[in-house]
Design a protein around this ligand. Structure first.
Ligand code: DCP
Ligand code: MG
Length: 673
């Protein structure tokens, strides 16, 4: 695992291996300042050590470490001449970016406090003051501030949360209620900015420039008034941030949480002072991996250091990535209200029991190609995504000379991509078509043909594009994100303008670890291959962003086809119940956890849980099948007598829901028998 200094250490060498075990739920949220982080890490580490989930986390860490080493080596090779050249490049770019600074607008970001938990407390006041979490033993959606003091937070499995806080009260989610209260808050937002941008059920961006001017009052007063109105209307508290742009407003709303506000004046000096010591992770779009890379390769911890290390950033990253980092260093962000965006991609993927049967894999591809055709869009770039038996994610893409839309064409090209990977043992295949022929689709001759506009995200109870996080953030286009300088990879993900929410470095620059693997050509045109050891919050997060833009409920769905391995007993019991999808783009069909599309990292963690769970089940299943009858009896007996406590615990889980307990896959394998 990785130490904070970037060095590696195995758990046998390191007496405190949990210190380097970072998951999304060991990252602090508001209200967790005084938490004993090491204690939380230790509990999380110990409860997951040895599990499939843990192994997967380790693989991701190893990949990131490799990436860091690779980038360090590249930096070490930069001569002083090259560095001084890039210093000039950076200085020029900083001046150009500075010239774009717009201090004329005031943005307010509002975020409800412990939203689901607060709504539940409103309907059951006896919960007040007690540590409580909304969610299940599998996954917590949120926790109130009392529970956060114990280190309990959103996205954490409930059984870990209970270990951290034995008194914790669990309340099941009730999405209808949250939507109702969300609508109440939005009525208030509307009064201040009729074009407000809802980012999720409990979060919105408001351009308050006009209302401040019309009423002759400051952002401070508007924020206070709005928060009071929300409380009067919905009985819930919220926190607000006011700043010259959206990126900063979001950072500000978190500063005095809960029930607080922070206003950053429209003044360059104030912005620069604010940004100077701001940890980079506070910026939307800088996630765990980007943070690690910037820290361990470049020694960047604060936003200001982005400017100080500008030459290296410009030398190593693509223009747009470097621009984003420099913009962060300058405290720049979007100030305009973006226009609704057209759909940029269609994607579909299927998860199935692990197989290397070529015929089956081609059949999956056939089904996916048919799905693509149904959408009726014509695209030029086709991307194939594969998840191997060991959770490694591989992507291959091809950009064609002509637009394609028929399932035959899609299948033809997808088959070429798949063939290059064979033989391979897979658990998931996905296809994505991008680079649409927009003109044609905008004015279809066939009125029944779908237009791009049809695919605009309608959002949840919002007149704005709820899922369109991309447009909420920096407007800097990240189309080069994947196009890191060291590779010839240019997978087109221009639609994933996800600075404020995605993890820019990870998506783009991960593919370059193995340059030999990075590109190859075939007859079609250019084909890129990206090998990734499932640094999934990134790649997966990225595709989730894409899917949100699409606003189509069938996209982004992970269909679990279990009928592919008839001999797999675990698989054959499959039915609707076993399929992992986000119902209504919100609710996990397996355990009922509700998670908004904007929770990219958390969703990835969640789907990782279920995948690891299935892997565990599959392995247990196949191992059991090869055991002799006698062995089975012995094991059963041993289990029977040895784990009375465990059975009691399992009963508890059974009572709590029909879904198998999530800690089964956290458990070490030998405990499964
Ligand atoms: N949510 C979820 N799953 C997650 C994170 C959040 O379902 N992994 C839901 C529950 C939250 C709501 O979204 O109540 C809003 O998310 P926030 O991150 O804003 O968290 P809270 O509003 O709960 O707390 P805070 O006071 O930190 O904003
Ligand atoms: Mg909130």
């Amino acid at each position: 695992m990785e130490r904070s200094d970037g060095e590696c250490a195995s758990s046998s060498e390191n007496p405190r291996p949990w210190q380097s075990y970072h998951t999304v739920y060991t990252n602090a949220k508001a209200g967790m300042d005084g938490v004993d982080k090491e204690k939380v890490q230790k509990v999380v580490y110990e409860m997951s050590k040895g599990s499939k989930y843990f192994e997967n986390e380790e693989r991701k860490e190893a990949f990131i470490r490799q990436k860091i080493e690779h980038m360090r080596a590249r930096c070490a090779k930069l001569t002083s001449l090259v560095i001084s050249h890039y210093q000039k490049v950076a200085d020029k770019r900083i001046l150009e970016l500075e010239a774009t600074r717009d201090l004329s607008r005031s943005w307010l970001h509002v975020d409800m406090d412990a939203f689901y938990a607060a709504v539940e407390t409103l309907s059951n006041p006896s919960l007040k003051g007690k540590p409580m979490a909304v969610g299940t033993m599998s996954m917590i959606c949120t926790a109130n501030y009392e529970a956060r003091r114990f280190g309990v937070r959103a996205a954490m499995p409930g059984f870990i949360a209970r270990k951290l806080c034995p008194e914790l009260i669990f309340v099941p989610t009730n999405f209808t209620k949250y939507t109702y209260y969300s609508d109440l808050t939005r009525k208030v937002f509307c009064k201040y900015d009729p074009n407000f941008m809802a980012a999720s059920l409990d979060e919105a961006y408001l351009d308050i420039t006009e209302v401040c001017r019309e009423r002759g009052i400051s952002g401070i007063e508007i924020a206070e008034e709005l928060r009071t109105s929300v409380y009067e209307e919905a009985g819930l508290t919220c926190s607000a941030g006011v700043a010259p742009n959206r990126l900063l407003a979001k950072v500000c709303s978190d500063i005095n949480k809960p029930n607080g506000q922070f206003v950053l004046p429209n003044d360059r000096m104030a912005v620069m002072t604010f940004i100077s010591s701001l940890p980079i992770r506070k910026i939307g779009g800088i996630g765990k991996v980007t943070e690690h890379i910037l820290r361990d390769v470049f020694g960047i911890n604060t936003c200001e250091e982005m400017l100080q290390k500008g030459s290296l950033l410009c030398a190593v990253f693509s223009h747009s990535t470097a621009d984003f980092f420099l913009s962060v260093g300058l405290g720049l962000g979007s100030t305009n209200t973006p226009q609704a965006r057209f759909r940029k991609s269609i994607s579909s993927e299927r998860t199935f029991s692990v197989t290397e049967d070529k015929a089956l894999l081609y059949r999956k591809l056939e089904m996916l190609s048919a799905d693509m055709q149904k959408e009726g869009l014509r695209g030029r770039t086709l991307t194939l995504k594969l998840k191997t038996a060991s959770f490694e994610v591989r992507t291959r893409a091809v950009t064609l000379q002509k637009y394609i839309s028929s399932s035959e064409d899609i299948l033809k090209h997808a088959s070429v991509l798949l063939k290059a990977e064979l033989p391979v043992s897979l658990r998931l295949i996905g296809l994505r078509v991008t680079q649409f022929n927009e003109d044609k689709v905008r004015a279809p001759s066939d009125p029944t043909q779908k237009t791009l506009t049809n695919f605009m995200t309608s959002g949840h109870a919002s007149k704005k594009i709820v899922g369109d996080q991309n447009s909420l953030g920096s407007d800097i286009n990240d189309d080069c994100l994947i196009d890191d300088k060291e590779t010839s990879v240019s997978l087109d993900v221009s639609e994933t303008n996800n600075y404020e929410f995605g993890d820019p470095v990870c998506d783009n620059s991960l593919p370059d670890l193995n340059d030999e693997n990075c590109s190859f050509s075939n007859k079609i045109s250019e084909v890129e291959k990206i090998h990734e050891n499932e640094v999934s919050p990134l790649l997966e997060g990225n595709s989730l962003v894409l899917r949100q833009e699409e606003g189509s409920c069938c996209d982004g769905v992970e269909e679990v086809d279990k009928d592919t391995t008839p001999d797999n007993k675990v698989g054959t019991s499959s039915n609707q119940k076993d399929q992992f999808i986000w119902l209504d783009d919100y609710k996990c069909s397996l355990c009922g956890t509700e998670m908004p599309p904007s929770f990219i990292e958390e969703r990835q963690e969640h789907s990782d849980f279920h995948l690891a769970e299935r892997l565990q089940k599959e392995e247990s299943g196949s191992d059991l099948r090869i055991l002799t009858h006698m062995e089975r009896c012995v094991r059963t007996q041993r289990d029977h007598s040895a784990s009375h406590r465990k059975r009691k615990k399992q009963k508890l889980f059974e009572k709590e829901g029909t879904h198998i307990p999530i800690d089964m896959f956290f458990a070490k394998r030998n405990r499964n028998f």
